[in-house]
Design a binder for this molecule. Structure first.
Ligand code: PNS
Length: 161
């Protein structure tokens, strides 16, 4: 069984993430969307909120599971019997960071592969941080994240004021 892993902060999940999740789930038997718990920078959305958003959006997708993780990705992958990391690449600017992570992970566990998918051109400008910034200042995020979380994202920033 080919188990792939798509790790990230998903703070919050965007349509760009979902495009990669969709496509990745078609080339493996099981896709684990791994939500990073511990971070030096505190996320805007709690782990519970980030996982709940993904769970709701991905409901009814039999080969996709959403699991929080902390610590090293390679350790989590071993526990989950995952062989391959899926990452989305948007622009050249993503490359340096992703290259470093892929090599570090390979160094930690040579059996792990990292596969890069080119983002859909429509989402090449999209990031969670851009969604947060727009939402915080009342900008339009409607085409950037799934409909069912739009209002909850706005509400979060209103409650933080
Ligand atoms: O959405 P992000 O914030 O770009 O995701 C980054 C993520 C979760 C993929 C990365 O921070 C990660 O894998 N963290 C776990 C710790 C780890 O294994 N780091 C890589 C080796 S140093």
């Amino acid at each position: 069984m080919r188990i792939f892993i798509y790790p990230g902060s998903f703070d919050p999940v965007t349509n760009g993430h979902l495009d990669i999740i969709d496509r990745a789930s078609k080339i493996c038997d099981k896709l684990i969307v791994a939500v990073l718990i511990n971070r030096s920078k505190k996320p805007v959305f709690s782990m519970e909120e980030r996982v709940a958003f993904l769970d709701e959006i991905l409901e009814g997708r039999p080969n996709i599971v959403v699991i929080p993780f902390s610590g090293l990705l390679v350790d989590f992958m071993k526990k989950q019997k995952a062989t391959t990391v899926i990452k989305g690449l948007r622009a050249v600017s993503d490359f340096e960071y992703e290259f470093q992570m892929a090599l570090l992970n390979k160094n930690l566990n040579p059996e792990i592969e990292t596969l890069f998918m080119m983002t859909n051109i429509n989402y090449s400008y999209l990031s969670s941080s851009a969604v947060r910034e727009l939402a915080a200042y009342g900008g339009n995020i409607r085409d950037l994240v799934p409909d069912i979380i739009v209002d909850r994202i706005y509400a979060k920033f209103r409650s933080n004021e």
